[in-house]
Design a protein. Structure first.
Length: 272
């Protein structure tokens, strides 16, 4: 992968694209489509089931009027479960990247064709090549921390829909602003991958326009704005129905595959 992207890879207007960016959009859309068609194997179903149960526990835990006796009873059950999970084998099931910002088209090609990064022996069209996204803290159905966000590439931009529960509350009845910002980071990260590169967040600016409600389907929208060398600029909006809740600008910096490989190689030292 080149360390920079030609400035004419996309035009400067938000949402506009030429042949190069349309090709990247097509690839990203097809990758997400394959992700949505991951085979629901017995193991994956069990992981998603366990994660969904944990989401319910977290949601109920932060919004409960249970008695002290009931809380202690639940705590005892959770301690038994915690001990059971602690006794099971650890480690990561999938190698790879859980963040959409690190999944540009160029990296996708490299991964599928040379397996230099993910030596899993899977082809470019195999949905299992993208199974690591199932463990994302924002879109992963197998991660109990994930809300989760449902993302799709539509007409050259990214749409993310999500409903936040009680665990994400900041102001009364509203989503904590930090989770709004983190979701923008994920959605705009997916958006910058439409440039054909993978990158990391260098700057994220969020302007909060109105409170973001809990328990309501929210719509995040991301657009690729422009590219200046290694800098990839994106813009986004958040709406609850017709209400504009927030706007964001994201700057991502593309990086060499070798640097990403170094992150992968050091990963096992940080995650057991």
């Amino acid at each position: 992968m080149s360390d920079s992207v030609p400035e004419d890879a996309v035009s400067s207007g938000a949402g506009s694209a030429d042949a190069a960016s349309l090709e990247a959009t097509s690839l990203e859309a097809s990758r997400l489509e394959r992700l949505h068609h991951l085979e629901l194997t017995p193991r994956r179903a069990a992981l998603r089931r366990l994660a969904a149960a944990n989401r319910t526990i977290i949601d109920r835990l932060v919004a409960t009027s249970a008695s002290i006796e009931q809380l202690n009873e639940a705590a005892e059950e959770m301690e038994h479960l915690s001990a059971l999970l602690e006794s099971l084998p650890g480690g990561q099931e999938y190698e790879g990247f859980h963040e959409a910002a690190n999944a540009g088209a160029a990296l996708s090609h490299t991964t599928a064709q040379s397996s230099n990064l993910l030596d899993n022996g899977l082809g470019a069209d195999d949905p299992e090549s993208y199974a690591f996204f199932d463990h994302s803290p924002f879109i992963g159905l197998a991660n109990p921390l994930s809300p989760p966000i449902d993302m799709a590439y539509v007409d050259g931009h990214v749409i993310g829909t999500v409903t936040f529960g009680a665990a994400y509350e900041g102001p009364p009845g509203c989503v904590h602003g930090g989770y709004v910002a983190a979701t923008f980071d994920e959605v705009l990260g997916a958006t910058q991958s439409l440039s054909g590169s993978q990158g990391m967040t260098a700057r994220l600016i969020v302007n909060y326009r109105s409170p973001t409600p809990l328990g309501t389907e929210l719509r995040f929208e991301g657009h690729l704005d422009r590219i200046e060398g290694r800098k990839i600029f994106t813009i986004g909006t958040l709406r609850a129905g017709d209400t504009l809740c927030a706007e964001a600008e994201g700057l991502f910096i593309s990086f060499e595959i070798g640097k990403f490989r170094a992150l992968l190689e050091g990963r096992s030292d940080r995650i057991s």
